[in-house]
Design a protein around this ligand. Structure first.
Ligand SMILES: [Zn+2]
Length: 216
């Protein structure tokens, strides 16, 4: 049998290599995952294969907020009682889930899918920023055709988060939309943790206007 780099049969080596491409998975973890797959029962194996196929076939980005969803529009955008004129910018779908778990925020979201990070070669064009600008400049691209009045920057106050928020303020302020950022109740460089509605309520209530070029 043909052997791969690690002395494993080539198909096993390819599986290990696929796992090592996942975030946070090193070679040893990838080997353990591959071993687990090899030892799995037929039923367990089929469930894993079906889950991989389904996530590819059924999960897509919401056309308004870029949240992940298995419906044509995500449940947040689809809820008529939400304030669609207020858009909170978050980095990843998991941040949206965290904010939703507090039950406090009643606006809608926009999921960037990452942060601007020149060292990792991630530029504005790699994120859902064009779609955000479309949502603001053309209300028919926002949920329910509502004009966006305020964008709340809800990114983590890390180096990349702060840089991305500054970039967004520069791009969005000239469009005549109010651009604010959440109050920092936590030290710069750490991650937002809205475990309690009270913390989020404070961060929203004390939000501040972003500096940026203002319309003439
Ligand atoms: Zn949505």
């Amino acid at each position: 049998m043909k052997r791969g780099r690690g002395g494993n049969p080539e198909p096993v080596e390819r599986l290990i290599e696929s796992f090592t491409r996942m975030p946070g998975i090193g070679r040893r973890s990838a080997e353990r995952m591959a071993l687990h797959v090899l030892r799995a029962s037929g039923e367990e194996f089929e469930a894993l294969a079906a889950a991989l196929r389904d996530v590819r076939a059924k999960v897509r980005h919401c056309p308004y907020c870029w949240n992940l969803t298995d419906r044509p529009i995500c449940p947040v955008c689809d809820e008529p009682s939400r304030d669609r004129a207020q858009v909170m910018i978050v980095e990843q779908p998991k941040d949206l889930v965290t904010l939703e778990s507090t039950g406090f925020y009643r606006g809608v979201y926009h999921v960037l899918g990452g942060l601007i990070d020149p060292l990792a070669a991630v530029g504005p064009e790699d994120l859902a920023i064009r779609a955000l600008i479309d949502r603001i400049t053309a209300p028919e691209h926002n949920v329910g055709g509502v004009r966006v009045a305020e964008v709340i920057l809800g990114l983590n106050p890390t180096l990349e988060g702060d840089g991305t928020m500054l970039y967004l303020a520069e791009q969005l302020t000239p469009l005549g939309v109010r651009v604010t950022r959440l109050a920092r109740g936590i030290p710069s460089g750490s991650h937002l943790d809205f475990a309690s509605p009270a913390v989020l309520a404070d961060a929203i209530a004390a939000r501040s206007m972003m500096p940026g070029p203002h319309p003439e």
